[in-house]
Design a protein around this ligand. Structure first.
Ligand SMILES: *[C@@H]1O[C@H](CO)[C@@H](O)[C@H](O)[C@H]1NC(C)=O
Ligand SMILES: *[C@@H]1O[C@H](CO)[C@@H](O)[C@H](O)[C@H]1NC(C)=O
Length: 354
């Protein structure tokens, strides 16, 4: 192979060359990148890649090609057409690359420079967070001329710091996929988990003496019981604030169930014949009964308490339809939804006309 390489190296240094633009490419350790010269010539005969002073590889239009045996690049490189693919990038692979694309007649070569810059992206802490805990995000490029770097929150809103650092006390809204944007060209995703309960239904749960009653409460879908344990869960319990004849909920609560952290089973204090789900370790704390009762009306509060004082709770309002008025209410519900459908139709008709 040495024989092959020799003329190539000579050619590389002898050519009258034009110099192309300098490109900066950002990557994290472990990533795969595809480096490509900016100016592509259709009729190129030779492509040579260099890293610092090391000849990485070349190929010609006869189908000949060669890649370096250097230890730092072994099994990492692939050459296709004009691009150099580097897999599983390590610290020693960051730096300046030069690619020379040449044609034989006329003898012209274009040399482009590509700087591969290391990106470091991290979050602290690495584990899920409780609301109120502080989160730090860092995103930095190992290069002297710092590019613009900023974070987008899970809703896509840009955070104001332009140096790649962002810190905040988290709320449930911070849960999700954050994105670090580097020099408007590289997007790195970072997933943040904030421990929370699934939001309670926004309107009352209806029941009646001829309907089952379900009082839902569960951890957000992305949270596991193991994660809750790591955060130092202290107590899970259900409280009930009965609706009084005046229509307002009582100030004093009845404790219904608490979860024993040893047995991982709900223990009843006043069970009101309600049944918790069988395996609360699935993160589902829902209570059910086959039939509703008049005295079920009120607010049910599901609470998860942590050792550091953080409390998550979710309040479910239950309304009981009186048997007499039940049909009326069902009719009312049906009418409301019919009316809404009609409104939508009307809207579309009007949109068509105007
Ligand atoms: C929780 O359990 C109840 C009763 O078994 C079920 O109806 C509900 O879908 C479950 N919720 C979740 C989030 O798994
Ligand atoms: C629910 O949590 C909030 C704050 O997290 C607290 O102010 C409120 O008292 C709690 N409600 C109950 C019934 O525990």
């Amino acid at each position: 192979m040495g024989n092959f390489l020799q003329p190539v190296i000579i050619l590389f240094s002898l050519l009258v060359s034009t110099t192309g633009a300098v490109q900066v490419v950002y990557a994290q350790v472990g990533e795969t990148v595809n480096l490509k010269p900016l100016e592509l010539k259709k009729s190129h005969n030779y492509v040579y890649w260099k890293f610092m002073d090391l000849q990485l590889g070349w190929r010609n239009h006869f189908g000949g090609k060669s890649l370096t045996n250097d230890k730092a690049w072994n099994n990492k490189l692939q050459m296709t057409d004009d691009s150099l693919i580097i897999q599983d990038i390590q610290q020693e692979n960051f730096g300046t690359f030069q690619v020379s694309v040449s044609s034989q007649s006329p003898l012209i070569s274009t040399i482009s420079t590509i700087i591969l810059v290391k990106l470091e992206v991290s979050k602290s802490p690495a584990s899920p967070l409780l609301p109120g805990e502080s989160l730090s995000l860092h995103c930095s490029a190992e290069v002297s001329r710092k590019p613009e770097i900023y974070w987008l929150d899970p809703t896509g809103q840009r955070k104001t710091n332009n140096d790649g650092s962002f810190s905040t006390r988290v709320t449930g809204q911070h849960n999700g996929e954050w994105t670090c944007v580097v020099a408007q060209q590289k997007h790195v995703k970072m997933s943040i988990t904030v421990v929370d309960l699934s939001p309670a239904p926004s309107h009352a749960q209806y029941t009646s003496t001829s309907m089952p009653v379900t009082i839902p409460c569960s951890l957000s879908p992305h949270i596991t019981w193991e994660q809750i344990k790591v955060k130092g869960v202290e107590e899970v319990h259900w409280q009930f604030f009965p609706r009084q004849s005046s229509g307002v909920s009582a100030v004093k609560a009845q404790r219904l169930f608490f979860l024993s952290l040893e047995s991982m089973l709900f223990t009843a204090e006043q069970n009101r014949d309600l049944r918790p789900v069988l395996r609360p370790t699935t993160g589902n704390f829902t209570l059910t009964r086959k039939q509703g009762r008049e005295e079920d009306a009120g607010d049910y509060v599901c609470t998860v308490k942590f050792k550091n004082g953080v409390t998550l709770n979710s309040t479910v309002r239950v309304d009981v339809l009186q048997s007499k008025s039940e049909q009326t209410v069902q009719l009312f519900v049906a009418l409301t939804s019919a009316l809404r459908t009609f409104e939508v139709c009307l809207f579309f008709c009007l949109t068509c006309i105007f």
